[in-house]
Every structure is written in C-alpha cells, then in structure tokens.
Design a protein around this ligand. Structure first.
Ligand code: AMP
Length: 483
C-alpha cells in the first residue's frame, strides 16, 4: 500500500484518453491532457527559478490550473502551499515570511507583496503564468519518486494563536487517497461533483486525489451553487460536501428521490453534520449521507462504512491502516496518513505527539456501543466554570431541540466570579422571538445548574468559516469584551 502519487499517475496514464475533469468553464481534460498541463506548469516553475524542495505559495481562485499546480509541484519535487482566497494582504505577508516560498502565484489585479517573485493566474487559464506555460512542451522528467518527500504544506485555520504549516508527504496523500478510493468504492465509472474550495484538504486532496486514484471523473464547479448541483445529479454518481451543502440542498425543492436516483454516494465532513440533517436527507432521498472525519494534519482518519449502518451523529471507524484511540477523552491518531510535523516548529510538533507516536488531534470524543466514533467538540472549547468542566455540545444539543431554535453555540466568556461563564449564542427559526429567561429555565430542568448558561444571546446567524465550521473564537471575541 505504499504507492506514491507518481505511481498512481503512471497507472492513470495507461488510459490517457479517459476523461478526468469537465469544468464549468466549458473545458475538459483527459488524464493525459491533465498530466501534460501539470508538466508544463512544472517546467514553468523550474524555468522561473524554483529548485526542488522550494515552496510554491498559491492564492488563486478555484480553477483546473490550481489543482494542476499541485500535481506540477509533485512532478517537479516542489512543495505546494495553497492559501485561502479570503486571506488579507497582512495575513499573506505572515505566510510568505514563515514559508519563504520561491514563487507566489496570485490572481491578476492584486497588489503584489514585496520580496518574492510573483506570477499571476486567473480562474479560466489566463494570467502571466499561463503565458509562460504556453512556451513549455510538458515533456518533463519527473523528480525522483519518494513517498517521504514533502508534497504540500497546508496552514491550519489557526483558531488559536498563529496558524501553523502542516507538512504533508507524498506518501501521506497517496496512502489516504488509495484507502478512501477503496473504502468508498470509487471506480473509473464515477463522476464526482467537485464544488469545494481547493485551498483546503477536503477539496484539494480528499475529493481530487480519491478520484485521481480510481480513474474516475470530476464534474468541476468553480463555486458551490445549489441549483447547479441539483441539475448535475442525473449525470453524476457522487458528491463530497461540507454540512452546509446538505442543509442548502434540503432547502431546494429539486432534491428528491427521483433526482438523486443516479447518485450512489453522498459524503460529508470538515464540520459536524447534525443528526437531524442526516435523517431529513435520508427521508427526502433514500440516501444515508456517509460522514467521515479528518483534519489538515492527518488527512482522513475515520469513516462510516460504505456497506452497513451509517450512524447519524457519528464519524464511523478508523480507516484501514490507521489507528484511532481515545485517551482521557481526547482523540489520538497514528498511521501513514499522519503528517510529518509543523513547518519550522519542532517544539509544537513534539508537543502534539505522544511518546508512542500518536498525534493528539485536539478533538474530544468517545466510541459508542457499536464502536463508532462520536466527536463531542474541541478540547479548547471545553468550558471550565467555577472549577467544573462543561462540554458545550451537551448544552447545545438541549438548546437545539427546543421549539423555535434553529441552532446554537455554547461558549465560555471571561467572568470574575466563575473564571468562565457559560454563554449560549442562539439562532431562532425564521419569525420566532426567543426568550432568554424561558430558555434558561427550560435548561435548568435538565442540567446541573453550573452547566446552565448565565446568558443567552440571540443572533440571526452564527459566524462560520468557508468550510462551514462555527467560529467560536469569533463569538468569544465579539461577546467576551468587558461591558
Ligand atoms: P481542518 O483542519 O480545517 O480540516 O479542520 C479539522 C477539524 O474539523 C477536526 O479537528 C474536527 O474538529 C473538525 N471535523 C472534521 N470533520 C468532522 C466531522 N465529520 N464531524 C465533526 N467535526 C469534524
């Protein structure tokens, strides 16, 4: 099982005319054409002065070229470093300073940062980068193949402190792609709707590499548009999405048993899928969404089964070849999928691994009676109030079940008496007026009083990042200031 990405590519190139990508910009790429494109991009990077081992930082809109750039780096022995398109100039300057890339590729029309070579790329194959690439023939000799070589550095979303660069090897990515392709039964007949961003592990690696490893096709969409997804169902076989995809789809009247008849698999991850969403989706379509769990540092760790029960509210079992354990409530992972450490940060790396080589994920959880992993939150979101531990999820579940409540987030805010005061931020269903005192009173009937919120703040929506994760750090900042 220790194939590298180049070996996987060699298998694909035995059928070079098989379609790999059809893009919503009207272009399509066979595996042969895609590999040739990656070769031209690799030659361009090398011609522009990048040397094996150099980082190539990329902040561009989603395009076929953006993922071809990742494969270009693999082919040339460079390290791909994708950056969220939402990052500001100040954030970019931190990443460029930390990673010291040889080249920074950005969208045309943006102010170029100083001190680094800049090339531009737009979302339809334009920009100075493609003008340079047009001069290349794609006939590149690949860099020496080695599973231990770094393929990418992905910066973590950094909800606590500075964001850190997770170093991922060719072997990390290849082993995970092969494990997922097998577990989720991907074949050359598959057509996966790809509507995720490509600067994050989910869209860049899980969706793209799994299909690449199996010889299937990507129906590549540059943006998530629910109408477009529903329209694609009859020609597609699979969708990978964040929970927001599924809640949006449920609001669309075109989501039916009939329209999803051709689909064989719906996968969700990157944030918790509410058990209610799982059930509603099943009722509407007859499909049980397959939820899996992973993170930037580890690739995918666990998955619900392809065959057998997909349990709502759980993330399933460890992937073959990966070990997952829970120690003192914390989830720990070991296996070929786990990253090589944080870029230029050996202390932080050492602090996040146990003596026997497990990565401490920072997620809390337990295995249920059937051996399925249940995630109960992030260790850093644990609230300690008056010396007692409060697990926000326990409180959130009770609030979410109340009539008139759409969703909630429970956080700890600084408090001179308790250290932290349990605080609930609650979103009502459309048109409902919620009453703070009534919510607290109802909770007191079910919870020890130290777990009950001292305050309930009603808001129209919760802040989420692009992967659909509720940003509790933003809530703590917004509501935690002394009044
Ligand atoms: P990222 O590194 O941005 O992919 O974020 C990884 C984190 O997302 C994990 O550590 C979990 O806290 C969370 N996460 C990913 N998948 C799931 C899931 N299926 N259910 C709950 N949380 C998840």
């Amino acid at each position: 099982m220790s194939l590298t990405l180049l070996e996987i590519a060699a298998a694909r190139l035995r059928q070079p005319d098989q379609l790999f990508i059809t893009s919503d910009d009207g272009r399509y790429f066979t595996y042969g054409q895609f590999w040739q494109l990656a070769g031209r991009l690799a030659q361009t990077l090398l011609t522009e002065g990048a040397k094996p081992g150099d980082r190539i930082a990329v902040q561009v809109e989603k395009s076929v070229e953006a993922i071809a750039l990742f494969y270009a780096c693999v082919r040339a022995g460079l390290i791909f470093l994708p950056l969220n398109t939402a990052y500001t100039a100040a954030e970019i300057s931190y990443f460029l300073g930390d990673a010291e890339p040889a080249i920074f590729i950005q969208s045309p029309g943006k102010a170029a940062p100083l001190g680094v070579k800049v090339i531009t790329l737009d979302d339809t194959g334009g920009g100075s980068f493609m003008a340079l690439a047009a001069l290349q023939d794609g006939a590149l000799v690949n860099a020496p193949d080695d599973a231990e070589r770094l393929a990418a550095i992905l910066y973590t979303s950094g909800t606590t402190g500075k964001s850190k660069g997770a170093m991922l090897s060719v072997g990390n990515l290849a082993s995970n792609a092969l494990a997922l392709a097998k577990l989720w039964r991907f074949t050359p007949d598959d057509k996966l709707i790809h509507a995720l961003p490509v600067y994050h592990t989910h869209g860049l690696f899980v969706a793209t590499n799994t299909v690449f490893a199996s010889g299937g096709q990507l129906l590549f969409r540059r943006k998530f548009d629910v109408n477009d997804i529903v329209r694609l169902f009859p020609q597609a076989t699979a969708l990978m999405g964040v929970p927001t995809f599924y809640t949006r789809l449920l609001q669309h009247e075109g989501l039916t048993r009939a329209t999803t008849q051709h689909m064989r698999l719906f996968v969700s991850g990157s944030a918790p899928l509410l058990a209610e969403t799982h059930r509603d989706f099943f009722e509407r379509t007859g499909h049980a969404v397959l939820e899996r769990y992973g993170m930037t540092e580890t690739n995918m760790n666990t998955s619900n089964p392809y065959e057998g029960e997909r349990r709502a509210g759980t993330v399933g079992m460890a992937l073959p070849g990966t070990e997952v354990r829970v120690r003192e409530g914390g989830i720990e992972v070991r296996g070929p999928n786990v990253f090589k450490g944080y870029w230029r940060n050996p202390e932080k790396t050492a602090a996040e691994f146990t003596a026997d080589g497990f990565f401490i994920t920072g997620d809390l959880g337990h295995f249920d009676d059937k051996g399925y992993l249940v995630i109960s939150g992030r260790a850093k979101d644990l609230i300690i109030t008056g010396g007692f531990n409060v697990y926000p999820k326990e409180v959130e579940e009770l609030i979410d079940a109340m009539p008139g409540v759409l969703e909630s987030a429970v956080i700890g805010l600084p408090d001179s008496d308790f250290g932290e005061a349990v605080t609930a931020v609650v979103v009502p269903k459309a048109g409902v007026a919620l009453d703070e005192a009534a919510i607290i009173a109802a909770l007191k009937e079910n919870l020890a009083s130290y777990k009950c919120p001292k305050r309930v703040i009603v808001v129209l929506e919760l802040p989420r990042n692009t992967m659909g994760k509720v940003q509790k750090n933003v809530l703590r900042k917004t509501y935690g200031l002394p009044v």
